[in-house]
Ligand binder design. Structure first.
Ligand code: ASP
Length: 616
């Protein structure tokens, strides 16, 4: 069989009427009318109705049509005809025409399906089987069938288009695509490494890259100036619903540039990517410092599609007679509030007191919540009497309270806790009260992050240790000074999801060395882990910086899929395993021994068979 004459099922139109065509694809659905059998035939381009009638085909081919079942792979030749008026099908794009078959070849049969694939009804108004109710593991086990569904194919094809747009744009901007190693040494991005044992170097391991971070920086030392890669990254992290152990980043790096260059390139890229999904974004994107984000939204990846901003009122209540608040202020704590505008009738006293103050807020990690509502120009609640008239007026002013508003306040000695809990409440309320506009995409850059997270004696990098600090005159052993350092890092956040981030890097060996010291690494460890990288910094490294964007997440957001797994051809499930191949799976003792993970200690006999015995 040759397919040189083949037409796409979805590409034929009324203008093809009377043409003889060859179609090859799958049986999407069937309808048997006795003499005549109708099918929907599907290929990547779409669906075509094919009619098998004894009038137009040899009896042998017609009989073969009786044996067809869904998902048989077939080839048909026939004539394109216009459908009669009342038999048109608006469910499919080719619904005005059909193909009257004159030959039918069954290329391969299909077993009965584990779930239905068809997404289009043959008759207008009829129901189609969907996969909504199908367990995801079953879909993943038969991923090749799941991917036959036009909606899933659409996701994979759109992903290709987004990737192509990225490549075209970066090529225009003179970025060079370079592949960096998969079998490598650990690059710290804050997760555990996936390790690969080496057979030829017994008891030694490669690490799969958490990101190409060090290689892309080395490419800058090489003078490549502008690099990018759609890079696979591997992070052995705790399971979360929308996390994959391996994922794809658009990773880029450039030399002799500053933050503004990277903002421009990234904004342009993101605008183009979203345009593939028909979403118009406009650049430049707004920017917020990390401090401002945390102070006003309680989050370093703020959703700015709605208000409910956090407002501090500690100063107003500094001499309050309300004991609990007095205590908090005395202990150096803060009081912050949110004005839930115009929602008074949806948040009854009972809901605020018994649901939020008693249950929701404690589940977020704070002791309690103070609430008030604004009615006839006055604050009302069970604690208002503790506030003086002046304090009440100042709160009303600060939070912009009007009739119908509900004010909630959290007080705690820990500033971070107040922000975190109010941040969670902000999102919770926005969802409950349906305050988040749908189909709106609000990007924002977050800048000026703290360089380090300092908890007691442990110092860790907020991003990674190659991020440039805002100043270099710090003492690496002074933890207080370290906690105050800011970084030249930036994250790009859309609708509260961190989609990427990067930084201007350290290009000076002394500064890089000091950062490693600040992180508590000893000289031996520095040499052992990063010696190769520090050596490169001795050979005239250029100033450079870059960023990476999580492509699975971005594409999932653009296409509006419920899960990132819907935009990955062969994802792992929620427990990081692959129902299709059953990876990860045990390996034989022989393979473990070859990898140097077991030692053969002797030969024995079991049931008359010679077996090698191993020990770890
Ligand atoms: N390597 C970083 C990451 O994976 C991104 C960057 O700094 O360019 O998050």
């Amino acid at each position: 069989m040759t397919y040189t004459e083949r037409s796409g099922c979805g590409t034929l139109t009324l203008s093809d009427t009377d043409r003889t065509v060859q179609l090859a694809g799958w049986v999407d659905a069937l309808r048997d009318h006795g003499d005549v059998v109708f099918i929907h035939m599907r290929d990547r381009s779409g669906i075509m109705q094919v009619v098998f009638s004894p009038e137009f085909m040899p009896p042998e081919d017609r009989r073969r049509a009786d044996t067809l079942r869904v998902e048989f792979c077939i080839c048909v030749t026939g004539r394109v005809v216009k459908r009669k008026k009342d038999t048109e099908n608006p469910n499919i794009e080719t619904g005005a025409i059909e193909v009257i078959a004159d030959t039918l070849t069954i290329l391969n049969k299909s077993r009965a399906l584990p779930f239905s694939i068809s997404e289009k009804a043959m008759v207008a108004g009829a129901a189609v089987g969907g996969t909504e109710a199908v367990g995801e593991d079953l879909r993943l086990k038969y991923r090749y069938l799941d991917l036959r569904r036009p909606s899933m194919q659409g996701n994979i094809i759109k992903r290709h288009k987004i990737n192509k747009g990225v490549r075209d744009y970066l090529d225009q901007q003179e970025f060079i695509e370079v592949e960096t190693p998969m079998l490598t040494k650990s690059t710290p991005e804050g997760a555990r490494d996936y390790l690969v044992p080496s057979r030829v170097h017994s008891k030694k391991f490669y690490a799969l890259p958490q990101s190409p971070q060090l290689f892309k920086q080395l490419l800058m030392v090489s003078g490549l100036e502008r690099y990018y890669q759609l890079a696979r990254c591997f992070r052995d992290e705790d399971l979360r619903p929308n996390r994959q152990p391996e994922f794809t980043q658009l990773d880029l790096e450039a030399s002799f540039i500053d933050e503004e260059f990277l903002y421009r390139i990234t904004e342009e890229l993101i605008v183009r990517m979203f345009a593939v999904g028909g979403i118009a974004l406009s650049a430049p994107f707004p920017r917020m410092t990390w401090q401002e984000a945390v102070d006003t939204t309680g989050s370093d990846s703020p959703d700015i599609r709605f208000g409910l901003r956090l407002v501090e009122v500690t100063d107003i209540l500094r001499s309050t007679s309300y004991g609990i608040l007095q205590q908090v202020i005395k202990r150096g704590g803060i009081i912050k509030g949110i004005n839930i505008k115009g929602q008074s009738d949806k948040l009854s006293k009972n809901v605020l007191q018994n649901e939020y103050a008693k249950k929701v807020i404690p589940s977020f990690g704070a002791k309690g919540m103070t609430w008030m509502r604004m009615t006839s120009g006055r604050l009302e609640s069970n604690i208002v009497q503790f506030f003086s008239e002046e304090e009440q007026q100042a709160i009303i002013q600060r939070l912009g309270a009007e009739d119908g508003d509900v004010l909630v306040m959290i007080a705690d000695a820990s500033h971070a806790r107040v922000n975190r809990v109010l941040g969670m409440l902000r999102l919770h309320m926005a969802e409950r009260l349906d305050l988040i506009p749908h189909d709106v995409y609000s990007p924002v850059w977050i800048t000026d992050f703290p360089l380090f997270e300092v908890h007691g004696k442990t110092v860790t990098s907020t991003h990674h240790p190659f991020t440039a600090p805002d100043r270099t005159d710090f003492d690496p052993s002074d933890r207080k000074a370290l906690a105050e350092l800011k970084s030249r890092a930036y994250d790009i956040v859309i609708n509260g999801e961190e989609l990427g981030g990067g930084s201007i890097r350290i290009d000076n060996i002394d500064v890089q060395h000091k950062i490693f010291q600040a992180l508590g690494l000893g000289e031996e460890e520095i040499k052992d882990k990063f010696g190769f990288f520090l050596r490169a910094l001795r050979y005239g490294a250029p100033p450079h910086g870059g960023l990476a964007i999580g492509m699975d997440r971005v594409i999932s957001m653009i296409l509006g899929t419920p899960s990132i797994r819907d935009v990955i051809a062969f994802p792992k499930n929620r427990s990081a395993s692959c129902p299709l191949t059953e990876a990860p799976s045990p390996v034989s003792d022989k393979q473990l021994a070859e990898a140097g993970l077991l030692e053969a200690v002797g030969v024995g006999w079991v049931d008359g068979k010679k077996v090698v015995k191993f020990t770890s």
